[in-house]
Design a protein around this ligand. Structure first.
Ligand SMILES: Cc1cc2nc3c(=O)[nH]c(=O)nc-3n(C[C@H](O)[C@H](O)[C@H](O)COP(=O)(O)O)c2cc1C
Length: 295
């Protein structure tokens, strides 16, 4: 099959920066191959969902998102729903980014997105999982985080090779009712997460959280001004990990007390030799990551 790669539109969402690195690598790789490419960051730091760089006539979309409860974040669905006009003949690659890799039940994380694209007449011709450090629940060591960061350019290069060769790749997988239900939790119960957050006295009323929330869900209110959450939280954790004063705290043990910052990991690991993957990637929860890094 020939993919319409003359002009490509990358569309991505990234809560805490992992997926952004993947999207930037796709952008660079396509530029290197002299393909006209645009980059849209949904809920981006300054974009507030404005299209930052749009290729109107793109025949091919590359959609990239972090896996949230075995599904794509609601923002991705909203973007697909917002597409208008005649989209027949357009094609898409759906790239998911997860902390756990291509293992059950993550394997079904692209189903909904693929169906939504196809309802709009866009053919989802390629699917793939990439791995980045998990930003909740499964804390990984710095060596493993570095292996994942370093793997990005090579993995992206292989995917672009596939696309240029017109190799179709689709996952056949049914999620089952329990995973279907859990998938919708971020959209149904996100507001409860936001309401459970505590604003400590470390808050300096700087408004960073308000300015960076991807769904404009935070408003600084009161005297002194403090963040107040509305009911559009998508649990991306950007405010929790990004607050310059660590003033947004969460009682849940799945959130890392020490924060989540990939730039910081790179600084810590600069010049250090990494332990072999087999040594730093152990345990049932990392089976998918190990396979991803070793294959
Ligand atoms: C609300 C939420 C749900 C998540 N669910 C999953 C999941 O079901 N499977 C998984 O492997 N990783 C899961 N993760 C981890 C993220 O997919 C992973 O850390 C990703 O790299 C985050 O990308 P980002 O830094 O661009 O936000 C979840 C993260 C969040 C915040």
């Amino acid at each position: 099959m020939r993919f319409h790669l003359e002009e490509v539109q990358i569309v991505f969402f990234s809560g805490t920066g992992g997926t952004k690195r993947v999207a930037d690598a796709f952008y660079e790789e396509l530029m290197k191959r002299e393909i006209r490419v645009g980059l849209i960051e949904l809920g981006g730091e300054n974009s507030k969902n404005e299209f930052t760089e749009k290729v109107d006539s793109a025949g091919f979309y590359i959609l990239i998102f972090p896996v949230y409860a075995f599904d794509a974040p609601g923002l991705i669905y909203r973007w697909i729903e917002s597409l208008e006009g005649d989209l027949s003949g357009k094609q898409a690659a759906v790239i998911s980014v997860s902390g756990g890799g291509e293992v059950w039940p993550n394997t079904g994380c692209r189903n909904g997105c693929r169906n939504a694209l196809e309802q709009k007449g866009i053919q989802a011709v390629y699917e793939c999982m990439m791995c980045m450090p998990a930003n909740l629940a499964v804390k990984i060591n710095d060596d493993l985080a570095m292996w994942m960061i370093r793997a990005i350019p090579e993995k992206v290069c292989l995917i672009v090779n596939d696309l240029l060769a017109g190799i179709e790749r689709r996952t056949k997988y049914k999620k089952g009712p329990v995973c279907e239900y859990l998938s919708k939790l971020e959209r149904r119960k996100g507001h409860l997460f936001a309401q459970s957050l505590l604003i400590t006295d470390a808050c300096k009323s700087c408004g960073w959280c308000e300015a960076h929330c991807p769904t404009s869900n935070i408003q600084m209110m009161g005297e002194p001004a403090r963040p107040v959450f509305k009911n559009q939280c998508m649990v991306c954790l950007r405010c929790v990990y990004g607050c310059p004063f660590q003033a947004i705290q969460c009682n849940s043990s799945v959130i890392f007390r020490e924060g989540f910052d990939l730039d910081e990991v790179e600084r810590r690991m600069k010049g250090k030799e990494l332990k072999p993957v087999k040594q730093c990637c152990k345990g049932l929860l990392l089976v998918g990551v190990k396979k991803y890094l070793l294959e």
